[in-house]
Design a protein around this ligand. Structure first.
Ligand code: NBP
Length: 477
């Protein structure tokens, strides 16, 4: 038994196994554990020679093998599995030990677990890890939240060593107290939903609007990856589109069932936006688009009944060029909304999140890594209290330059009957946000008439009600 491991990890499925290997590859002794012991044995058999990795069958032995203060990480399924693991480990810990949850936990669960662990003197860190299987092994983006001092003293050197690195900067920075790290990971995943929905809408428009075939669309994504759109998701879109199904010889994308699944982080982001009162239209539409896609049987039935223009390529090359601008502009909007939500949550929870740093740690290792994030970081460097990303000089100019093609795309998509919820809602948000006076005055008037809900006037202070059922005079209330 190795008695001086510096890092313990339980949960040796895809992510946990690769994270443990990553830590060991940096020469840091790692003690590993998994509920099903055969998985631990298999892991040691396959990877034990890669670095200082030791496997343990029982939680007692595993915890006992670690130097103090102990640093232990759980990398298991979010939800009840994480509670089961935490409940099993905490009684074996001592005050001052650090327990890390690296799964995709809901930030409210993390706040609850943080408070419960604190009663035992244990520091609970809720840590977002992004980058999937490959990132976990070779360098993920890491978003740690929880108590700062134990993080700085015991965890930071390990995480900074294993994280992705861009221009000499690790893609890992302390986010804020209790649930802040998992919150930022949740919004990261929400942005990932919006990015993927915009990509799917672009593919649909290129195929059914412009009339390109799949290999040409793959080439288009490849060329977009040389522009401001350069990002991991655009790059892998080209790869997925270029893939041919071995069994049928058709593009793989034509044989995959068109019903998108989801694990919950996008939905949580949208739910939290509603609670905070933040207009998060791009991400929310992306969640709904997945839900609609899953109604496969209903869609098939409706296809034979509900009228609309047939989806057939009538656009020209100019439309394909417009699309690049529309995609860029809509992407700016969905990031602006995601960052506005993080700002609102940070304010509401007292987290003091540095938004520019979040853009910095997403530049490498994670699924939404993109050239574009450098621009976001610069925007917050120039103006740390920036109210909305769209107002930063660079992005305001980019939106101005993109707006005509963006409008053409949304208008043509509506004419063609091709659904573009993310493109359309992003443009509507942009137009709504840039209007000093909108039509909500009528909504307030209606609310006052049917429910005496009162209204405020734009020309003077006070709260007013019109006596709709009486003499029609306005009274101040
Ligand atoms: P899974 O989410 O599939 O979880 C499998 C692991 O959870 C196994 O080690 C399993 O142990 C353990 N586990 C379960 Br299920 N119930 C348990 C219980 N009651 N007690 C103890 N252990 C239990 O693994 P993953 O895909 O590697 O993801 C791990 C975490 O990382 C998740 O929270 C996930 O959301 C997050 N994440 C995943 C990705 C990704 O790309 N996959 C990316 C970023 C974050 P067993 O072997 O005994 O069944």
């Amino acid at each position: 038994m190795n008695s001086d491991s510096h890092f313990g990890l339980t949960g040796l499925a895809t992510m946990g196994a690769n994270l443990a290997r990553n830590v060991a590859h940096h020469g840091i002794p790692v003690a590993v554990h998994n509920r099903t012991t055969s998985r631990t044995q298999r892991f040691i058999d396959e990877h034990g020679a890669e670095g200082p990795l030791t496997g343990y069958e029982s939680v007692e032995e595993w915890v006992g093998s670690l130097g103090r203060p102990r640093v232990l990480m759980s990398m298991v399924q979010a939800g009840p599995a994480t509670d089961a693991v935490v409940d099993e480990i905490v009684p074996h810990l001592d005050a001052g030990d650090v327990l890390i949850d690296g799964g995709n936990a809901n930030f409210r669960d993390t706040q609850r677990r943080h408070a419960a662990a604190a009663e035992h003197g244990v520091h609970f860190l809720g840590v977002g890890v992004s980058g999937g299987e490959e990132g976990a092994l070779n360098g993920p983006s890491i978003m740690p939240g929880g108590d700062r001092k134990p993080y700085d003293q015991s965890v930071k050197p390990i995480f900074e060593a294993i994280a992705a690195n861009v221009d000499g900067t690790p893609c890992c920075t302390y986010v804020g107290p209790d649930g802040a790290g998992h919150y930022v990971k949740m919004v990261h995943n929400g942005i990932e939903y919006a990015d993927m929905q915009l990509i799917a809408e672009s593919y649909d428009l290129l195929r059914n609007g412009v009339g390109l075939d799949v290999p040409d669309i793959a080439a288009r994504f490849e060329s977009w990856n040389e522009s401001e759109l350069e990002s991991f998701l655009i790059e892998i879109s080209a790869r997925v589109l270029a893939k041919v199904d071995e069994a049928t010889g058709k593009p793989l994308v034509d044989v995959i069932l068109d019903a998108a699944e989801q694990k919950g982080t996008g939905r949580w982001t949208a739910q939290n936006a509603l609670e905070l009162g933040v207009p998060l239209t791009g991400i929310t539409e992306a969640v709904f688009a997945r839900t609609l896609s899953a109604l496969k049987a209903q869609r098939e039935a409706a296809a034979g009944r509900l009228a609309g223009p047939p989806a057939s390529g009538r656009g020209g090359e100019d439309l394909a060029e417009d699309l690049e601008h529309a995609l860029y502009a809509s992407k700016i909007v969905s990031y602006a909304q995601g960052f506005a939500q993080m700002a609102a949550a940070s304010e509401a929870e007292g987290w003091n999140i540095d938004l520019g740093s979040m853009a910095t740690i997403w530049r490498g290792g994670c699924i939404i890594r993109a050239r574009f994030l450098d621009r976001i970081r610069e925007a917050y460097d120039n103006e740390p209290k920036l109210g909305n990303l769209m107002l930063a000089e660079f992005f305001a100019t980019a939106l101005e330059e993109a707006q005509e093609p963006w409008r053409r795309i949304v208008a043509r998509a509506a004419e063609w009957g091709i659904p573009t919820p993310a493109f359309s809602s992003s443009l509507a948000y942009y137009d709504g946000y840039r209007r000093a006076r909108g039509p909500a005055s009528l909504i307030q008037g209606l609310r006052d008439l049917f429910g005496a809900h009162t209204y405020q006037r734009a020309d003077r202070e006070g709260t007013f009600h019109t006596q709709w059922g009486g003499d029609g005079r306005e009274v101040e209330v």
